[in-house]
Design a binder for this molecule. Structure first.
Ligand code: NAP
Length: 320
């Protein structure tokens, strides 16, 4: 099969389009013909060798995708060849024509959801759902700030927060991003590259502050987030690329808290809940995956550069 293969960790250029042996399904496993693969920032950290998880080399990048079950191994009962699925955290990477997954890593893709939309479901929607429901324990009467709302996770969080009945504030760094954030359901949108935008956020809450912050770049924003919180506010750290200094009294004064998680560490019960939520959201139309850029598989290098650049507009996907 054709696959993107990294023989060493390093710059995006370590990834090469190559012929690679097609995986075979062992007991409890399935091989999925990948129609579209989701590209995520963590793919770039893993490729660079800076992520806590280092796969044995050579490896195929890609932690999620969508396609059709090609074959199943002994003991697989819930799926059969021909089923439309999305995969999350599979055994072998999704930047390839075929990916090997455990039965538990397969999830049904409804007919109305395209493979391109399904490619980025797991990480974006799974993360947003886990943050909002399991960590923030958010309520309809609360105000949500999605700090970095124009990317994969942010758009999903805006859609879910709005569907829950929350007052949603989103930020983006470009006009197109701000338009997208408003279109997907934010009541207010602010540019995180404009001086004084945090004052504007506070003003939009009439000075009360926000109850929940979903933070995509904590090393830049955490100190300011704490000052934006209402009493009993929660910051959920989703993304961070370095260190930050905070004023702990900002937390104490508000009886506030900061949570962090990685999706890979999710419990089995929460994971079941996440996929039930994604399935329901796709069915009732509250989850509407936004694909900002579709690139051929051979352009993985470009995808890894562009995912880290400003100007996000939903997911970037690769088409094998
Ligand atoms: P993405 O699609 O690349 O989007 C990045 C988002 O961050 C965009 O909305 C971008 O806005 C925004 N951003 C850029 N500069 C910002 C700033 N100064 N303040 C606030 N936001 C800013 O990435 P993603 O898939 O949504 O993931 C977002 C982050 O969460 C990444 O760091 C990723 O590694 C992390 N993540 C963590 C988990 C986990 O398990 N904890 C899971 C998924 C993702 P503009 O481009 O419009 O400026």
């Amino acid at each position: 099969m054709k696959a993107i293969v990294a023989h060493e960790f390093g710059a995006p250029e370590v990834m090469k389009l190559e012929e690679f042996p097609t995986p075979k399904a062992g007991p409890g496993q399935a091989v999925v013909r990948i129609h579209a693969a989701g590209v995520n920032p963590f793919d770039t950290y893993m490729r660079a060798g800076t992520y806590p998880i280092k796969p044995p080399l050579p490896y195929i990048p890609g932690g999620e995708g969508a396609g059709v079950v090609d074959s199943v191994g002994e003991g697989v009962t819930k799926f059969k060849a021909g089923d439309r699925v999305y995969v999350g955290h599979p055994v072998t990477g999704t930047y390839a024509e075929y990916s090997l997954a455990l039965e538990s890593q397969l999830h049904r893709l409804p007919e109305r959801t395209t493979f391109n939309q399904g490619a980025g479901l797991y990480v974006a929607c799974g993360t947003a759902y886990h943050a909002l429901y399991h960590h923030a324990r958010a309520h309809a009467s609360e105000t949500l700030l999605v700090h970095g709302a124009s990317g994969g996770v942010g758009i999903a969080a805006v859609q879910m927060g709005r569907a829950m009945g929350m007052t949603v504030i989103g930020t983006a760094g470009t006009e197109k991003g701000l338009e997208l954030v408003r279109r997907e359901g934010a009541h207010h949108a602010f540019n995180h590259r404009t001086a004084g935008y945090t004052d504007a956020i506070l003003k939009a809450t009439n000075g009360r502050g926000v109850d929940v912050v979903l933070e995509m770049l904590a090393n830049v924003n955490l100190a300011a987030d704490l000052k934006l919180l209402a009493q009993f506010g929660r910051v959920i750290v989703i993304g961070s690329r370095g260190d930050v200094t905070i004023t702990p009294r900002d937390l104490m004064a508000r009886t506030a808290s900061v949570h962090g998680f990685v999706l890979w560490g999710i419990s089995e019960a929460d994971e079941l809940d996440v996929h039930a939520g994604i399935s329901a959201g796709l069915e009732n139309g509250t989850i509407r995956p936004v694909v900002g850029k579709e690139l051929p598989l051979g352009e993985a290098i470009r995808a890894h550069k562009e995912i880290l650049e400003p100007g996000a507009q939903g997911k970037i996907i690769l088409l094998p």
